[in-house]
Design a protein around this ligand. Structure first.
Ligand SMILES: [Zn+2]
Length: 476
């Protein structure tokens, strides 16, 4: 049973007399039971006034009507001397700026805007305001299974709360646990709020008292609820994509604000997901990436898309299949498979051990001097070829200069004509294939040119497989 005890009486009396609302009074008395706070504001006011009346008549603990165990977190320290302070307080109350005498002061605070919470715990806890919030949530048209209700409070509240606390401390000269008065953590307009909170942490009590009335004066107006906002947690979609175009970047290719190519893998996939999930924005990630002129074939490259603030979140497997079909029908440049909803945690698996994974490629190679079948046959016998690759010239503008050691696990050559052959490679992830073929002016050693003792160049490159077993393969 949540209760106020005799030692709470001076606090209740002081706060009510200075225009504090019943719910704030309960907070300051460290009442932990939320049940009690759910009672209508007017009823609570009556209960508190009853409590003051009753406690004048009897010495025992007076309990308010609630079913929870008493809050043990915070109590005023109880001793004989402080009992004497209680008596002093009675004399002190009428001297408070806005206080009248005795019980009349309490009555006057009914119907007033609370000097601590600016009415937030008066008006915004009542059925009318709750209805308003419900209406907003309903009209925002979100799918959800659970929700968090968060409130962004005016920074001024921290100051008022501090003032009220100091007011109580001054009058009662007992130390209530400051845990009650921890400033609320809020995310919106961080700077202002943080500044206020920091200032409150630093200011000396006597300086604070000089600048702010303690307890805080009664405000004229109720605090406004500026906006009721709805937000849904992000959902994550994963799949694999094939890229069939040699003229399509993975992500929008924009240089100095100018778009170089009209679309990208990311955009071709995201526009459908954004529309279906009715999301505000997205974040795209993938297991590695290919150059604009490189195709990705085979089972495709794993990717994941975070959809931010989606309105729709429930999709059946059938609906996901239709969504995948819609993406695939809309462009012949890409294809998507295994499209599915995943958890945020699962996406980590896509990036896990990326360096250790193997990738297989197919490269179309040109040589300056004529070749015969037997000239390239030896490549098939080379296993676990160690490469030293200096950061390629073409990426040097965005990556630091370093030497990477990479492995070509196996190679298989396929003769085409005197100047062309195809090479199938199985390599460690992160190997620069183009540079392994042409040598990048000797920056990759060895390279196909040096192995063949000719000048070699790469005409086409395809990713044949990305060996990451995520996301799970789906049955068709
Ligand atoms: Zn209040």
């Amino acid at each position: 049973m949540s209760s106020l005890t005799e030692k709470d009486r001076p606090i209740v009396q002081l706060l009510l007399s200075t225009g504090t609302c019943p719910r704030c009074v309960l907070r300051f008395c460290c009442v932990g039971s939320q049940l009690l706070y759910r009672h209508p504001h007017q009823d609570l006011m009556k209960d508190l006034q009853e409590f003051l009346k009753n406690s004048q008549e009897k010495e025992d603990t007076v309990c308010l009507d609630a079913a929870d165990p008493p809050c043990k977190r915070i109590r005023l320290e109880h001793s004989r001397e402080e009992g004497a302070d209680d008596l002093n307080l009675n004399g002190a109350v009428p001297q408070l700026p806005s206080a009248g005498r005795g019980n009349t002061a309490m009555e006057s605070s009914a119907g007033k805007v609370c000097n601590v919470c600016l009415g937030i715990l008066q008006e915004f806890c009542e059925a009318d305001f709750v209805k308003k919030v419900c209406q907003k949530v309903n009209t925002a048209d979100y799918q959800f299974t659970s929700f968090v209700f968060s409130v962004s409070l005016p920074p001024q509240l921290s100051v008022r709360e501090r003032a009220a606390w100091l007011g109580v401390k001054q009058q009662i000269r007992a130390t209530a646990c400051p845990d009650c008065f921890k400033p609320a953590k809020n995310k919106q307009s961080v700077f202002t709020r943080m500044a206020v909170i920091k200032a409150l942490e630093r200011i000396k009590e006597e300086d604070f008292l000089k600048h702010f009335p303690c307890p805080p004066s009664s405000p004229k107006n109720l605090c406004d609820a500026l906006e009721i906002q709805c937000n849904n947690g992000a959902v994550f979609v994963a799949g694999r994509y094939n890229k069939y175009s040699r003229n399509l970047p993975q992500t929008p290719w924009i240089i100095d604000g100018e778009r170089k190519l009209e679309s990208s893998v990311e955009e071709l996939i995201s526009e459908h997901l954004m529309a279906e999930f009715k999301a505000d924005s997205f974040n795209f990630s993938s297991s590695g990436r290919e150059d604009v002129d490189v195709r990705t074939l085979g089972n495709g490259r794993p990717f994941a898309m975070e959809l931010v603030n989606p309105h729709r979140i429930h999709f059946t497997a059938e609906e996901m299949k239709r969504l995948q079909q819609a993406i695939n029908d809309s462009s012949d440049k890409i294809q998507v498979r295994d499209l599915q909803l995943v958890t945020r945690e699962a996406i980590g698996r896509m990036k896990e051990g990326e360096e250790e994974k193997t990738k297989t490629y197919s490269a179309l190679i040109w040589t300056d001097k004529a070749i015969q079948r037997e000239d390239i046959a030896f490549l098939d016998d080379i296993k676990e070829l160690k490469l030293d690759q200096k950061t390629p010239l073409r990426v040097l503008h965005r990556r630091p200069l370093a030497v990477r050691c990479r492995l070509i696990h196996t190679m298989k050559s396929e003769y085409i004509d005197e100047h062309h052959f195809r090479l199938h490679l199985k390599t460690q992830a992160g190997t620069y294939i183009k540079e392994f073929v042409h040598g990048d002016f000797g920056r990759t050693k060895p390279n196909i040119g040096s192995l063949l003792n000719r000048t070699a160049d790469i005409l086409e490159l395809d990713v044949e497989s990305v060996d990451v077993d995520w996301p799970p393969t789906l049955a068709d």
